[in-house]
Design a protein around this ligand. Structure first.
Ligand code: NAD
Length: 523
């Protein structure tokens, strides 16, 4: 008897986190779809690489032109799908991508072109060395929901300009933004097979890691990063891992309280605190502590929370119920251990299911979850310190090491502390903005990741370096080839002295002893 076999197709829903409205539903890509996308990308990549850097730069220029023209529409899609205020969609997403394109337009040719390498070793002086930067082939990109445009777009532009094809697996929470990126790139002249989006959950990401990609650029949580690193290790797949952060902000005793408290409030609540570079721990010198905490509390209470599509909104919704639960757990743990809530500390259910009030926690301690685990929500925990050394020790007392900031009127003092902090980036008198500096490498130390995106180092991640060595004396046997024996040994010792001994006399003696090694007949 025939039976109906029902194959469950996983659905991915794009939902507006402010209203709960379902924006669109997708069938999740399965293993086969992911493999097919990678195969198509591979087939198309060679022609893309053969175009040359200058032609690809022209495509990036056209992408930039189209993005600028469509900035308001794309910002609207970002806000509807990810919740952040329109102002932030323009500054932290569109502006960042326009400038990343500018950086590549201005610099990709110079950074990717062939580079001569001169040899210092006399034995290799007759060889001509060159560095070639060749595309990997197919780069897989797996991205998160919190910066659904700027993260995959900046990584994609670098991969494409270097001559790679890209298969992007965006977060299942923000597929529409990724498809907008695809439309812009395709309209600008990137062939459809050279940039593809596969929509799906974690399983589609795992399938991409297993598919025949040549490099993976992953941005997301430490937990997923560990899983990906383990899977990549099996097949020795090179990876960039841009993972979580628990960024400290150090407010020294000479800092401007008004300016630094505004920075703390913006740094903790921008994107509803869902930024890898958020101020997640704030340490303030005891002499400023009371005034600083009071200033932050006042500023936090004034923030307007609501739908990001409304122009007056400062703080939008969080992305998802599960993020809110983490925030609630961290705040409850802090309260239970003696922290004081000076602003917020609760959900704003009257606005919708995903809203949490900007929250200021004073008198936290280093042992609380709020100071140890990534909270990724609108919470600013503040604690006091007594000396610069103690501030540095507290800042470094973390598994994470993405970024940090130091606040002081004395830049030299700030820079000296910055050098002692274990992080990929340390800002003196600013927070977060380094992500928008296209020249600045972005990435972390410790569990915050491996490798870099953005700028020169981000572009270097998208190429394999090939060393091209040409011997300019094809008719000459090399001095180190066979013909070994006692005199070879003596002459080679002389050759080493000639190059590396201290003092002119020893070198000259070495040269005389070495003379035969050059002229000696080789097998
Ligand atoms: P996540 O790790 O849950 O997901 C990230 C991506 O990985 C998503 O596309 C997801 O579908 C995919 N994924 C999940 N399981 C997978 C698996 N087993 N194999 C392959 N792919 C898989 O992270 P998230 O919640 O989307 O993003 C928030 C996290 O990202 C935070 O920890 C934040 O700090 C971090 N983040 C880091 C940076 C940075 O540049 N360092 C930037 C933004 C966000």
């Amino acid at each position: 008897m025939a039976t109906d076999v029902q194959i469950a197709v996983r659905k991915v829903s794009s939902v507006n986190p402010a209203t709960g409205e379902i924006l669109r539903e997708f069938e999740a890509a399965g293993e086969q779809e992911v493999q097919a996308a990678v195969a198509q990308a591979r087939a198309a990549q060679t022609a893309w690489a053969d175009l040359g850097v200058r032609r690809r730069i022209e495509v990036i220029r056209e992408f930039q032109r189209r993005l600028l023209a469509g900035k308001s529409e794309i910002a609207g899609v970002i806000t509807r799908e990810a919740g952040k205020p329109l102002a932030e969609a323009l500054t932290t997403e569109v502006l960042v991508v326009l400038d990343a394109a500018r950086f590549l337009i201005d610099n990709a040719w110079g950074l990717l072109r062939e580079e001569p390498v001169s040899h210092g070793n006399l034995a290799t002086k007759l060889k001509r060395g060159r560095l070639l930067r060749e595309p990997y082939g197919v780069v897989g990109i797996i991205s998160p929901w919190n910066y659904p445009f700027s993260i995959p777009a900046t990584e994609t532009l670098a991969a494409l300009v270097a001559g790679n094809a890209v298969v992007l697996k965006p977060s299942e929470l923000t597929p529409l933004v990724a498809l907008e990126l695809a439309s812009l790139l395709h309209a600008a002249g990137v062939p459809e097979a050279v940039f593809q989006v596969v929509v799906g959950e974690g399983a589609a990401g795992a399938a991409l890691v297993q598919a025949q990609i040549d490099k993976l650029v992953f941005t997301g949580s430490v937990a997923t990063g560990r899983r990906i690193a383990a899977a990549a290790a099996e097949r020795l797949l090179p990876v960039v891992l841009e993972l979580g952060g628990k960024d400290p902000m150090l407010v020294l005793d000479d800092a401007d309280v008004d300016v630094s408290s505004s920075a703390a409030v913006w740094g903790a609540f921008v994107n509803a605190g869902q930024a890898c570079l958020s101020v997640e721990r704030c340490y303030v010198h005891r002499s400023l502590y009371a005034g600083f905490v009071e200033a932050c509390a006042g500023k936090a209470r004034k923030l307007r929370v609501g739908d990001g599509m409304e122009s007056g909104t400062d703080v939008g919704p969080m992305i998802h119920e599960r993020q809110l639960r983490i925030v609630e757990a961290h705040v409850e743990d802090a309260k239970a251990r003696g922290a004081r809530v000076l602003a917020g500390g609760l959900r704003l259910r009257e606005l919708g299911t995903n809203f949490y009030a900007p929250t200021l926690l004073a008198d936290v301690t280093q042992e609380m979850r709020i100071m140890r685990e990534e909270t990724f929500g609108p919470v600013l925990p503040v604690m006091a310190f007594d000396s610069d050394d103690e501030a540095v020790r507290l800042a470094n007392d973390s598994d994470y090491g993405l970024a940090a900031s130091v606040w002081t009127r004395d830049s030299a003092r700030g820079e000296s502390l910055a050098r002692r902090i274990h992080a990929g980036t340390v800002m003196v008198n600013d927070v977060i903005s380094c992500f928008g500096i296209s020249e600045a490498p972005h990435g972390g130390v410790k569990v915050s990741g491996i490798g870099r995106s953005h700028g020169r180092f981000g572009l270097e991640e998208m190429v394999r370096v090939k060393y091209l060595d040409t011997d300019r004396m094809p008719g000459m046997k090399k001095v180190w080839w066979y013909g070994y024996g006692e005199s070879f040994k003596r002459q080679m010792e002389g050759f080493l002295d000639m190059q590396f001994a201290r003092g002119l006399a020893s070198r000259l003696r070495g040269a005389l002893r070495a003379a035969g090694v050059v002229t000696r007949k080789k097998l």
